[in-house]
Design a protein around this ligand. Sequence first.
Ligand SMILES: Nc1ncnc2c1ncn2[C@@H]1O[C@H](COP(=O)(O)OP(=O)(O)O)[C@@H](O)[C@H]1O
Ligand SMILES: Nc1ccn([C@H]2C[C@H](O)[C@@H](COP(=O)(O)OP(=O)(O)O)O2)c(=O)n1
Length: 688
Amino acid sequence: MYTIPFLDIPPLQGAHGVVRLPGSKSISNRVLLLAALCQGATTEVCDVLASDDTDAMLGALQMLGCRIEREGSVLRITGLQPDAMPAQASLHLGNAGTAMRPLTAALALLLGDGQVYELTGVARMQERPIGDLVEALRQLGCEIEYLRNEGFPPLRLRAADPARRAGHTRLAIRGDVSSQFLTAMLMALPLLAAERAYTIEVEGELISKPYIAITLELLARFGVQVDNEQWQRFTIPAGSAYRSPGQIHVEADASSASYFLALGGIASDAGQGHSITIEGVGADSIQGDIRFAQAAAQMGVQIESGPNWLRVQRGRWPLQAIELDCNHIPDAAMTLAVMALYAEGTTRLTNIGSWRVKETDRIDAMAAECAKLGARVESGPDWIAITPPAAGVNAGEGAGRGGWRAASIATYDDHRMAMCFSLAAFNPAGLPVRIEDPRCVGKTFPDYFETLFGVVQALPGQVPVICIDGPSASGKGSLAAAVAAQLGYAVLDSGALYRIAGYAACARGIPLHADHAPELAQVVQEMDVAFVGETILLGGEDISLKIRSDTGSRNASLISAIPAVRDALLQFQRDRARLPGLVADGRDMGTVVFPQAPLKVFLTASAEKRAERRYKQLISQGLSANMTTLREELHARDLRDSTRAVAPLQPAVDALSLDNSDIGIEAAARQVLSWWEERRPFSESSRP
Ligand SMILES: Nc1ncnc2c1ncn2[C@@H]1O[C@H](COP(=O)(O)OP(=O)(O)O)[C@@H](O)[C@H]1O
Ligand SMILES: Nc1ccn([C@H]2C[C@H](O)[C@@H](COP(=O)(O)OP(=O)(O)O)O2)c(=O)n1
């Protein structure tokens, strides 16, 4: 997961490969609660989603006394015993609507005399309505108080008044604000239905029916058959009680699949024999969002499916604009809005009023961010219409006047905004896209960007590389690590490669001399190296520290002067330029390995400072060091590295010099990041 302030996605072109998606959030949180409601019984839940929202549910259940054991991807959940639940509890449910609503209903019915529970969440959760659910529960005598604003969490729950509850077996609930209210009641009422039936009347048009279908399907798997009369009246028969299915599998998230279905339809090489295969969800899915596939197909995407897989390719191009009532796919419909950026004509999505009460007001958010990219957007209380930017780059200011613009996309703490707008990186203008607060995908798909980068390709030459070259112990490695951490980029420590090469050659007894160039190049090509975090393994042996010794440094410098060795390492280094970007440190990163890099830094520090730093570094690593020999070695190495015939240590003509003798690593990183920012195309107004 990228826990950085923003993630820049380079312009993308192709996509192919296989993706395995994380478990469905809707199914995971329902199953976790249902398993917890099977009193005393143990349920094995396989492939449950690991995310912020499921953590919110699991944390709450644990606090209530539920036993939860984890073994690999299996969670073993032993149901709550009401008499063993704590007298008081304060449950913080983050921004997880799928935890807040059902837990409110279940706990309101479960609480006994003297028990008092408080349920709260993040600021946005305190703006998400719950009044209609509370009203429905009050019809059953439940004691629920609003602790801040009428109609919104936080809530305080106490035991229901048995006298007021008796005789109430019918209740009404609004269906046109959030289907989660009905889901919550459907999951809670079986707790009361041992002796009498309960009937729920839905008031108003029921939105998001597919989510209710998931609830009904899962209730059935936990032994409760609900009678569904035309989605308007639901009856939980007398004698209903939860029974653990023993084991249950969570299918992959169909809403998450929508990003990869869209991707396959947008990427330029998908369709030329390439495709994206999505595993874990398919035609047999119980999730309504699987019907996103039909909407995507309507826009021209070519999709095949099997029981638990989907395969997607580009079909019609550009995509075809559509007009669609999206009541049946409220979450996945957001992906259609971003696909609209690649469609011919204006795409109009209607019946999406529920977007306004989700993680953020998604209609406003979607409209604002599509407009930043240059699209023309209109919206109303429950609809949005999007006309894409023209194919070129927009030189002028103001939305919708012409071509695409490089935008820094605000994500409103909404995972779907972040995932949707990653797809804008396929824009025909070849512009990168900045996603602010990429961590928000943790709500449902913590590894979304890693999964995306695993199947997409950047436009040729468009993976950004920042080069940091300079003499020994100038601080290149530290600076590269600090800059890379801030941008979410990988690091290439090219010096380590020469150190490993020197070590490998010595281990084979080959002299580090040009006379042995062919054998040395051969050794380099055959090196079996693995980088595991900070550890470097050569043929399984941990050589991380050994290569940092004085001898290691000298050997690296000697072997690095041999052209055949440098050639042998060239492609390996270039192949490290992977999405979303690379910071490469060494001697010839800017001059030879990545001559087209958009930012090259030549890092220096005084010889005295460098010797001091290296001395302290070696001592702290537990290696022996002597200041006088260090100074001499450093000097000899500087001379050898900068006067050798091939790729000598020299600043690239377009490198920016940075002397960090008197500034710390953080200050040096700030300087480099600020140079980097100057080279980015995001306008002042769209920066975070
Ligand atoms: N700007 C700086 N100020 C003080 N110490 C630094 C600075 N940059 C790096 N160092 C320290 O100097 C030592 C050598 O830095 P390193 O990044 O390994 O250099 P290089 O990769 O150029 O050989 C490390 O112990 C590091 O913590
Ligand atoms: N791109 C590179 C990186 C390192 N080298 C050579 C030159 C250096 O003396 C050795 C070791 O490099 P390294 O960056 O690890 O050395 P320092 O930590 O800066 O002392 O490798 C090179 O020739 N080209």
